[in-house]
Design a protein around this ligand. Structure first.
Ligand SMILES: [Zn+2]
Length: 337
């Protein structure tokens, strides 16, 4: 539903509440301020309508990604699968099930799509680059990000004949990042490489394992032979600022062009880690991803979706000078994603 334009939404709020137009517009402006300018005027109007319990129905039933705001029902959106993530099982006190996710983009933006239970099977059917249509999903907010949620009430239609123009990532300098920026592009130099961190996961569901009485145990599958995931933190500098770049396994594998076995060979192998560090230090890197505020450490981090080593930097980019003492430091960091 809901791709009504701003005028239409304001008109409906005025009709339904009986409030004067000026007051409604004032409330919309407040909403924009409250959300730190992260929503468009139209988006804020929709949020306000939603909060006032006013149902917005658009007969055409379609919405573009940038107009999706938390709290919408019957969301219908067409876009391209930008990136798929691995599914996992979960269990809470309330229930257990499966969850999977991917990023969906159209010419207005990119949004995370979360699949629940049986809908997770769609992850095997769709490929990155496919154009798909999602019908009857709902939207919500998860931390500072918008998400589309797909339960068995929703439908996914694969192979939609529609050309989707993707938005190019916005090029930014590191100094201008506050956290919360999506689809951004950064050119920088790798100035520090931290010790890769390996952690134990369940080979069946990918969930983090806990050490229980000397055995690795999955909350769902019990004691299992652990599989490993790796995360590599680096520091990058673009001359305006430096910040932490978090690289997860898929990004590392693509960036280095190595196999998973080779990557796992770094575990408990200081020589190979030092080789990797030497290989990466001082290299120019192009990163497309998002900036996130790590509340625990009160800092902004860059989370990579796509990384490229030795790209052709844009003409206006100046390589920053390397810090002389960029040494490898052991460091603890949280693995929360
Ligand atoms: Zn498991």
């Amino acid at each position: 539903m809901i791709d009504l334009d701003y005028e239409e939404v304001v008109k409906r709020i005025v009709e339904k509440t009986g409030k004067p137009r000026e007051e409604v517009e004032g409330l919309i402006d407040e909403k924009i301020k409250e959300l730190n300018g992260l929503v468009s005027k139209n988006g804020a109007a929709h949020i306000l309508a939603n909060e006032l319990g006013i149902v917005m129905v658009n007969p055409s039933g379609k919405i573009s990604v940038s107009n999706i705001v938390p709290g919408m029902r019957n969301v219908e959106v067409t876009g391209r699968v930008v990136r798929k993530y691995e599914a996992r099982e979960f269990s809470t006190e309330k229930r257990s099930g499966r969850i999977g996710s991917f990023l969906l983009g159209d010419n207005t933006g990119i949004i995370r799509v979360v699949l629940w239970d049986d809908m997770v099977e769609y992850l095997d059917k769709i490929k990155e680059g496919d154009t798909i249509k999602i019908v009857n999903a709902y939207s919500r907010k998860n931390r500072d990000r918008r998400e589309i949620h797909v339960t068995n009430k929703a439908r996914i239609i694969i192979g939609v004949e529609e050309t989707i123009e993707m938005p190019s990532p916005r090029r930014v300098s590191l100094a201008e990042l506050n956290g919360g920026e999506e689809n951004i592009e950064v050119y920088a130099t790798i100035v520090q490489v931290f010790e890769p961190r390996f952690f134990e996961v369940c080979p069946q569901c990918g969930k983090r394992l806990k050490l229980v009485e000397g055995s690795f145990s999955c909350p769902v599958h019990g004691v299992v032979e652990p599989d490993y995931r790796m995360v590599l933190n680096t520091f990058i500098d673009d001359g305006t600022s430096s910040l932490r770049l978090v690289l997860w396994e898929p990004q590392i594998l693509k960036m280095l062009g190595i196999s998973r076995d080779e990557l796992l060979g770094l575990k408990d192998n200081p020589g190979a880690v030092e080789e990797l560090r030497q290989k990466l230090l001082g290299r120019i890197i192009r990163v497309i991803g998002r900036a996130s505020r790590n509340e625990a450490f009160d800092r902004v981090e860059l989370i990579a979706n796509i990384v490229e080593l030795d790209p052709n930097p844009p003409e206006d980019w100046i390589k920053p000078s390397m810090d002389e003492d960029s040494t490898l430091k052991e460091e603890r960091f949280d693995l929360g994603q």
